[in-house]
Write a protein that binds this ligand. Structure first.
Ligand SMILES: Nc1nc2c(ncn2[C@@H]2O[C@H](COP(=O)(O)OP(=O)(O)OP(=O)(O)O)[C@@H](O)[C@H]2O)c(=O)[nH]1
Ligand SMILES: [Mg+2]
Length: 216
C-alpha cells in the first residue's frame, strides 16, 4: 500500500512530512474516517467486530416480534440483534494508516442518523449480499449524495449466488474506478483487503497537497 506508507510525503508535500487526513495531530500517521454502510443484516457490525484492534462500540438491540413485519430475517438464521445507532472500531494498517470505522444502521427507520454518522468521513465501504443486491442501491445513492468515494464489498453467505465480477459490476452499475471485492465479514483477511481497497481509492480521489487535508 505504497500510497499511504508512513513518511511518504505524497504528491506536492514537503519532503519528510507525512500526509495528514483527519483530526488527530500525530504527524506520523495517516488518519481516515470511513463509513461501513449497507442494507439490513448484510454484515456491517460483523465486519467492524472482525477488524477492530480496540474494543468495539456497538449499539445493538434485540430484535422483537414487533419488528417482524419490517425486519426481513430471511437468510439470516443467527441474527438476533440489530444496530440502532452506530458501530465504531479502529484498524491500523501497515504503514501507519489508521482507519476509524463507523458502521451505520441498516434499517430504513434509522436512516435519519446517516448524515450525522457520515459527517467528516472520507469514504464508504458499501456491503452487498448477492441474495438481495438491489437492497444496496439506495445505500449507494445515499453515499453518492454525500459525495463520498466508495468501494463495494460483497459479503458472501453460504447460500449466496455467485456471479462473475463483470456481471456484479454491471448489475450494481459501478463506475470503472469503483473497487469491487468479495469478502466474508467474519474473516479478517478478505475484510482487510476490502478496507485497504477503499483506503487506496480514497487516497486516489483526494486532491494532492498537504494544505488540502490539514485542518479537516
Ligand atoms: N454466513 C455468514 N454469516 C454472516 C456473515 N456476516 C455476518 N453474518 C451473520 O449475519 C448476521 C448479520 O450480521 P450483522 O453484522 O448484524 O449485520 P448488520 O449489517 O450489522 O445488520 P443491521 O445493523 O441490523 O443492519 C449475523 O447473524 C452474522 O453472524 C458472513 O460473511 N457469512
Ligand atoms: Mg449492524
Amino acid at each position: 500500500m505504497d500510497s499511504v506508507r508512513s513518511g511518504d510525503p505524497g504528491p506536492g508535500s514537503p519532503a519528510g512530512r507525512s500526509r495528514r487526513v483527519g483530526y488527530l495531530p500525530d504527524r506520523d500517521q495517516t488518519l481516515m474516517k470511513l463509513v461501513v454502510a449497507g442494507p439490513f443484516g448484510v454484515g456491517k457490525t460483523t465486519l467492524i467486530r472482525t477488524l477492530s484492534e480496540i474494543a468495539t462500540l456497538h449499539t445493538e438491540e434485540a430484535m422483537t416480534e414487533t419488528g417482524r413485519p419490517v425486519d426481513d430475517l430471511a437468510g439470516l438464521p443467527e441474527k438476533s440483534t440489530t444496530t440502532v445507532a452506530v458501530d465504531f472500531g479502529r484498524l491500523t494498517l501497515p504503514g501507519n494508516t489508521v482507519l476509524y470505522m463507523f458502521g451505520t444502521p441498516g434499517q430504513r427507520r434509522f436512516f435519519p442518523l446517516w448524515q450525522d454518522i457520515a459527517r467528516g468521513a472520507l469514504g464508504a465501504l458499501v456491503l452487498a449480499d448477492t441474495r438481495r443486491l438491489a437492497d444496496s442501491f439506495e445505500i449507494m445513492d445515499m453515499v453518492e449524495e454525500q459525495g463520498l468515494p466508495y468501494a463495494v464489498a460483497v459479503n458472501r453467505f453460504p447460500d449466496s449466488p455467485d456471479h462473475p465480477p463483470e456481471v456484479l459490476r454491471a448489475h450494481l452499475d459501478l463506475h470503472a474506478a469503483t473497487p469491487l471485492l468479495l469478502c466474508d465479514a467474519r474473516e479478517r483477511g478478505s475484510s482487510i483487503d476490502a478496507l485497504i481497497a477503499l483506503a487506496e481509492h480514497v487516497l486516489d480521489t483526494l486532491p494532492a497537497g498537504p494544505d488540502t487535508h490539514e485542518g479537516q
